[in-house]
Design a protein around this ligand. Structure first.
Ligand code: ZN
Ligand code: ZN
Ligand code: FE
Length: 746
């Protein structure tokens, strides 16, 4: 029986080699018909032939789609056969490649790696080999539609061989916009001591790394500083040159090597190997790595090689590499050759550069596990600009996030486009990057600047000022309300009690919030409960000097202040600040509580990078067992509060009884988690809400998330945590949109 189907495929199916893929699977089965792009509406197929061949075609369509394609929906309709004899790729209809058509940068595929390794292939040994299934996209595209003349590949006219493959529908490089070969494509240069020594640049870089040198490597969407991760001397030298004493370095390593220095559970291995190739945070094994890679931490962040360049490099070395983003502190990653050479001259001994422009920089993504599930620490390369489907109404909106870890978000017709990692916009240069990245995202989604711009409630953030500059209508959303709304939005919940455990957020009362149980119902919200407010002597200074927070908790709890570890003079100042209320706002921040415990236990008294005290506390706790502590929840100013000062007294008593530092660290985290969870459960029951969730920067803590999850599920309620967006401020703009969509017009 001959039949004919009309098939509409929605999802990420444009610019990913989907039409040639459909062509190939149709031609191979002797089917007739056509395929074409429908702009925003996906891909349309009509296909005709024997019924079993059609069934197999549909199976292949679902199961063998290119790695970059993501099919969200297939609609099928039967048509009368019309006697077609051949299969064609037709010209696009309906405005070409619309919003969401641009795929993310994807790791070099296995077939391209095989080409690179094949001495008979014209791609043999070529670092920038790619095909329709792999290679850079987001970071090379200048504007729509996605076509070579509008990418940084336009600087490299195709040679005849590349042209032939590019034009052959049966070739897997058919319409691969980044097709390039040693004849026509971008080339590498190795520079050391201001000269270009003769020889293969990758070979020279490998030799330099082997000799313990630090090499700046320009890659796909950015630049890394690389060095031997097993050499303490080299890694310590990199730290000295960067002035970065302790912030953990990410590593790059082939999988066999990773297993020698880290534990790789199967779920983590799946993520490591995925074509998105994020950095995955894994439990560290002792011995192999230099201690300076991640000082004082129990974990290490690792990614597998993701470009032909990395692949070729690791054929020549047999040790893991430190691969840290090449940037000056707080600034965006360097991407222009001239600036890489000048600004890293005091850091890198040598440079491995190439001559393809990076249009949009994109830092590596970072994923870890919390309560058994992967969560984003950073959602960037490999995901951006893939949209997240969520219906927030008709009006386009732009949201700008807060101040640290800024990621902005664009909403357009049922899709949220989260930007790449922008960084800390305190720095002017980063704010410039933010503006550029907004312009770039608007160009590649074909969207005009929305008139509605959403930002944080904090009046002093550069993002707040930018929102007021850009928006005709500006909507300000309280920080933790945005975190909770994002969690509800991601899970499609109309009501949620959200536990936000965070560093700092500007409260509606001007105080520093950050340990909140927020009741959220489609844009209506109230502060259901919080941690006990305690003084924050010196305001923002307390984040740099966690000993100040320890002093505050010890004072509130009536405990000996010397235990905070401050010098006698500092202690006098802090006491005075608290007594007189000089620059001493109150805070309910969970981050500040964890910082205080970390300082009090002697794990971290001076912070050298964001999150350090809490991360060191978590590392210590990983080796400990929590002692059960009954959380003290009581009423305060009309809301329940978890008494963290009482918890400090409890910890103090346990410490005097001889409980170990590791067990105390575990106890502090556990008691905070269970206390907040019980408070949130009580509120959820009073409100008749089914779901309790966890969000905020500290929600990536595995032990805390696991404890909250256990409490919530034991109470018979639904537990939710972030899966698609980061729980920290990298996901804030999504939540700002989710909240603003409900509050407009009120
Ligand atoms: Zn490929
Ligand atoms: Zn070529
Ligand atoms: Fe936050």
């Amino acid at each position: 029986m001959i039949a004919r189907y009309h098939i509409r495929v929605s999802g990420t199916v444009q610019g990913v080699g989907f039409r040639p893929f459909v062509y190939r699977i149709a031609v191979r089965r002797g089917l007739a018909g056509f395929v074409r792009n429908l702009g925003d509406a996906g891909v349309e197929i009509e296909v005709e032939g024997p019924e079993d061949a059609l069934r197999d075609f549909l199976r292949a369509l679902r199961e063998e789609a290119p790695p970059l394609a993501h099919i969200s929906r297939i609609d099928l309709e039967e048509l009368p056969p019309n006697g077609d004899k051949a299969f064609h790729i037709l010209a696009s209809r309906g405005g070409g490649e619309g919003g969401g058509a641009i795929p993310p940068d994807i790791a070099t595929c296995d077939r391209c790696l095989a080409d690179i390794d094949d001495p008979g292939s014209r791609y043999h040994g070529y670092w920038a080999t790619s095909c329709t299934d792999c290679g850079p996209r987001f970071t090379v595209i200048e504007s729509l539609p996605y076509d070579r003349p509008r990418t940084s590949m336009r600087d490299f006219p195709m040679c005849e061989d590349c042209r032939r493959e590019y034009e052959d529908p049966l070739d897997r490089r058919y319409h691969a916009q980044t097709i390039a070969c040693p004849e026509c494509g971008p080339v590498l240069t190795y520079i050391e001591g201001g000269r270009e020594p003769p020889g293969d640049p990758i070979e020279l870089a490998a030799q330099a790394l082997e000799a313990g040198k630090i090499v700046a490597i320009k890659g796909i969407g950015g630049t890394h500083l690389a060095c031997d991760a097993t050499s303490e001397e080299t890694v310590a030298e990199l730290r000295r040159r960067l002035g970065r004493p302790a912030q953990p370095f990410a590593l790059m390593s082939p999988l066999e090597l990773v297993k020698e220095f880290a534990e790789v559970p199967s779920e983590a291995e799946r993520l490591l190997r995925s074509p998105r190739r994020p950095i995955v945070v894994l439990p560290k094994k002792d011995g192999k790595l230099a201690e300076s890679v991640a000082p004082g931490l129990h974990t290490v962040g690792v990614m597998l090689p993701y470009s032909g360049l990395h692949h070729l490099l690791f054929k020549r070395i047999d040790f893991p590499l430190v691969m840290t983003s090449a940037n000056l502190p707080g600034r965006p990653m360097l991407i222009e050759n001239s600036r890489i050479l000048s600004e890293l001259s005091g850091v890198a001994d040598a440079f491995l550069l190439h001559d393809r422009r990076i249009v949009a920089r994109c830092d590596d993504s970072v994923v870890r596990f919390a309560a058994g599930k992967p969560v984003f620490l950073r959602r960037s390369r490999g995901w951006v600009p893939e949209p997240i489907a969520v219906n927030l109404g008709e009006e386009p909106m732009l949201a700008l996030g807060a101040e640290l870890n800024v990621v902005f978000a664009l909403y357009q017709r049922g899709k949220v486009f989260l930007s790449q990692h922008i960084g800390n916009v305190e720095h002017l240069e980063t704010e410039e990057f933010l503006r550029e990245a907004i312009a770039h995202l608007l160009r590649i989604t074909g969207a005009p600047l929305p008139s509605i711009v959403v930002c944080d409630l904090h009046p002093g953030f550069p993002t707040t000022r930018l929102a007021e500059e850009l928006g005709e209508e500006v909507i300000k959303v309280q920080h933790h309300v945005a975190h909770v709304a994002g969690l509800a939005g991601e899970h499609g919940l109309s009501a949620l009690v959200g536990i936000a455990i965070d560093g700092y957020g500007y409260g509606v009362d001007g105080a520093a919030w950050g340990g909140e149980a927020i009741v959220w119902r489609e844009g209506e919200w109230r502060r259901g409960g919080s941690l006990r407010p305690v003084p924050m002597p010196g305001g923002d200074l307390t984040t740099l000097h966690p000993g100040r927070m320890a002093t505050s908790f010890l004072l509130t709890a009536g405990l000996p202040l010397e235990e905070a570890g401050l010098s006698p003079q500092e202690l006098e100042i802090v006491k005075l600040q608290i007594e007189r209320g000089i620059n001493c706002p109150e805070t309910t921040s969970a981050g500040r509580f964890l910082d205080a415990v970390s300082a009090w236990l002697g794990l971290c008294r001076e912070r050298t990078y964001e999150g350090e005290p809490a991360m060191r506390l978590e590392a210590a706790a990983a080796a400990g067992t929590p002692v059960p502590v009954e959380p003290e929840i009581r009423e305060h100013e009309g809301r329940p509060i978890l008494d963290t000062a009482a918890l400090f007294r409890e910890l103090h008593r346990l410490r005097r009884e001889g409980v170990s530092i590791a067990d105390l660290a575990a106890t502090a985290q556990e008691a905070l988690a269970r206390g907040l969870a019980r408070m949130a459960i009580r509120i959820a029951r009073e409100e008749g809400i089914e779901a309790v969730g966890l969000t905020g920067g500290a929600a990536v803590n595995d032990r805390i998330a696991s404890a909250v999850r256990e409490e919530v599920e034991c109470a018979g309620l639904r537990y939710v945590q972030h899966a698609k967006i980061p729980p920290g401020d990298g996901g804030l703009s999504f939540g700002q949109l989710a909240h603003a969509a409900h509050t407009r017009g009120r």
